[in-house]
Design a protein around this ligand. Sequence first.
Ligand SMILES: Nc1ncnc2c1ncn2[C@@H]1O[C@H](COP(=O)(O)OP(=O)(O)OP(=O)(O)O)[C@@H](O)[C@H]1O
Length: 319
Amino acid sequence: MTSETGALADLPPSPAVWCSGLRKRYGRRTAVEEVSFTVARGEVLGLLGPNGAGKTSVIKMLLGLVRPDAGEVLLLGRRASDPRSRSAVGYLPELFRYQPWLTPTEVLDLHVRLARADVTAAEREECLALVGLAGRTGDRVGGFSKGMQQRLGLAVALVARPELVVLDEPTSALDPVGRVDVRDIVLSLKARGVAVLLNSHLIGEVERVCDRVVILDRGRVAASGTLAELLGQREVRLRLAGVDGAGEDRLRAAGSLNRSGDWFTVQLASEDDGVTVPDLVRDLVGLGVRVHAVEPVRISLEERLLAVLRHDEPEAAPR
Ligand SMILES: Nc1ncnc2c1ncn2[C@@H]1O[C@H](COP(=O)(O)OP(=O)(O)OP(=O)(O)O)[C@@H](O)[C@H]1O
């Protein structure tokens, strides 16, 4: 449309994913309720949550594969049903199967034609090499292991130079080397400004590559934010001697306190401005406490995820 190329052309690029108020019910079971989030261009967003939390349902609604009962989706600024957005999105489904009688080269040819993309034969071969299938390009897919089929699925998701890549459990069948390969591929996509939506149960994987995380629980967004926001709640461990009542009071004033022998663990406030620990050490020394060690402890994403799912803390506002 002329209006789109005119006035709207000056606006900043629309997010790779924008969804608001997504809801899906299967019979009386609510799979997804009031889910809203965005994925910015060039951002890697991790979708986490226990089995049945609604992650795949959300992904399928984003891609127009499942019709939401309520809510809206825009991919790259367009409706998910718009062929222009579809051809710019690469998708690796959770359950993948490719025509067993085709070779990987033929599978990619097919997808390039379906996406109406202009991708040279050399680029297709490069893509197969990127996912570790360089030596198998002429073999029939029917003889591939599950991990090799998943690698092919990744190549299918990447081959048409997408602006957004959606990976649903991309490493479920991969060996440890394959997992590292996928991590590198995700980081190289991000470096090229491609947005990635990653659904994975491998929390370490998510923690290493994702800029932001959305945690789903029973269909709802239980927490979301950047890794710094989600993991911002930190602890400090101190090995101390000569702590009397006044010393213990001072430790408690810095945050909630746990003691195990000489070790004292203080949970710092999430909005800690960086002066709590130096001030605490200064005051402890002033009170005659001998300070043998001070170790910052950052909680892991796994600990944070478990805390959210066990409802050990107030819910973060969905973004
Ligand atoms: N086609 C369907 N028919 C009926 N119920 C469904 C269907 N698809 C999903 N569900 C239900 O919706 C809920 C969410 O499922 P979904 O597959 O989205 O979860 P998930 O977070 O991706 O889980 P997992 O980590 O196990 O893959 C589950 O209770 C599931 O049984």
